[in-house]
Design a protein around this ligand. Structure first.
Ligand SMILES: CCCCCCC/C=C/C(=O)SCCNC(=O)CCNC(=O)[C@H](O)C(C)(C)COP(=O)(O)OP(=O)(O)OC[C@H]1O[C@@H](n2cnc3c(N)ncnc32)[C@H](O)[C@@H]1OP(=O)(O)O
Ligand SMILES: NC(=O)C1=CN([C@@H]2O[C@H](COP(=O)(O)OP(=O)(O)OC[C@H]3O[C@@H](n4cnc5c(N)ncnc54)[C@H](OP(=O)(O)O)[C@@H]3O)[C@@H](O)[C@H]2O)C=CC1
Length: 256
């Protein structure tokens, strides 16, 4: 899609880069010339991904739980010692579990809000203060979810992702004096490792509810994310782009 070296010399952090959407996004940045650091909780998974991704360029990793401030501070220190600067942050780490709203326990609610809203905030603020604000340049892309009509069946993540959608707009304005662009990508249903945790009865027939009659691919998400991070999108900030085959506009994803 792009010229091969469009991100040459750029330094990129992809949270949740050891699997699924994050892995493919890391691969795309490497293929376009960037150096990439992938970060998540499970070291074994990161090492396996790093070994594979090094075929495409310089890939580093850091064990990091985005819900733990100290862990995110260590991530910032790792970036500082490796590169001394940062160009692009992809806030992709996240997840949740399906549940009717009345059945979500307090602990489960807090786990999902911490993962998808608070974690994204900690990483954004800590890395912006360490790199983007003093550099007066930066690029943040938040991977959220299709929350256009709420998220029935996963109310916790709907609330968290809507929070990040709004945070995207606030930060785009507040941090514009530092030449930091902040955008979000809202994937619909994407065929990825993440989907494996959902029972078949939830996934069965889902593509019928999507106008384009197919699920998305991790490449679809990576293509949009790399576009938004590229100079071709230099006038785009504070935007959430839906990538869902039209699902937000039509069809039933939840039976009342
Ligand atoms: C309607 C669905 C349509 C399909 C659309 C699909 C679109 C979206 C797809 C994706 O996002 S794919 C990516 C998915 N990947 C993940 O979700 C992986 C990450 N997920 C997690 O790590 C967990 O789900 C987590 C809860 C967010 C974080 O886990 P953590 O390790 O902090 O918590 P736990 O100690 O495991 O659990 C804490 C607490 O949460 C409740 N809980 C956790 N899992 C479930 C579950 N499967 N069902 C019900 N409740 C759950 C529970 O209260 C846990 O506490 P305890 O009761 O166990 O003490
Ligand atoms: N697939 C889909 O249909 C959709 C996915 N999304 C979102 O896109 C993102 C990527 O999902 P996908 O690739 O499909 O699924 P995966 O489950 O493969 O990816 C989630 C990644 O996040 C990491 N992660 C989770 N919690 C934390 C944490 N607290 N700290 C650091 N890393 C964490 C996981 O790594 P580790 O276990 O090593 O920590 C994993 O690599 C997620 O935010 C997901 O919710 C949104 C809409 C639809």
């Amino acid at each position: 899609m792009f010229q091969k070296d469009i991100f040459k010399g750029q330094k990129v952090v992809v949270t949740g880069g050891g699997s699924g959407i994050g892995y493919t996004t890391a691969k795309h940045f490497l293929q376009y010339g960037a150096e990439v650091l992938i970060a998540s909780r499970k070291e074994e998974k990161l090492i396996k991904a790093q070994t594979e991704l090094q075929e495409f360029g310089v890939c580093e990793y850091q064990v990091c739980d985005i819900r733990e401030v100290e862990s995110v501070e260590l991530l910032a220190e790792k970036v500082k010692s490796l590169w001394g600067s940062l160009d692009i942050l992809i806030n992709n780490a996240g997840g949740q579990f399906p549940s009717r709203a009345e059945d979500i326990k307090i602990k489960g609610w807090n786990a999902v809000i911490n993962n998808n809203l608070n974690g994204t905030w900690y990483v954004s603020q800590i890395l912006a203060k360490a790199f983007f604000i003093p550099q007066k340049s930066g690029n943040i892309i938040n991977i959220i979810a299709n929350v256009f009509r709420g998220f029935p069946g996963m109310a916790h993540t709907g609330a968290a992702r809507a929070g990040v959608d709004n945070l995207t707009k606030s930060l785009a304005v507040e941090w514009s004096p530092y030449q930091i662009r902040v955008n979000a990508v809202a994937p619909g249903i994407i065929k990825s490792t993440g989907l494996e945790q959902y029972p078949d009865e939830i996934l069965k027939g889902l593509s019928d509810q999507i106008p384009l009659k197919t699920l998305g691919s991790t490449e679809d998400v990576a293509n949009l994310t790399t576009f938004l991070a590229s100079p071709m999108a230099k006038f785009i900030t504070g935007e959430t782009v839906y990538l869902d085959g039209g699902q937000r506009l039509w069809g039933d994803v939840f039976k009342v």
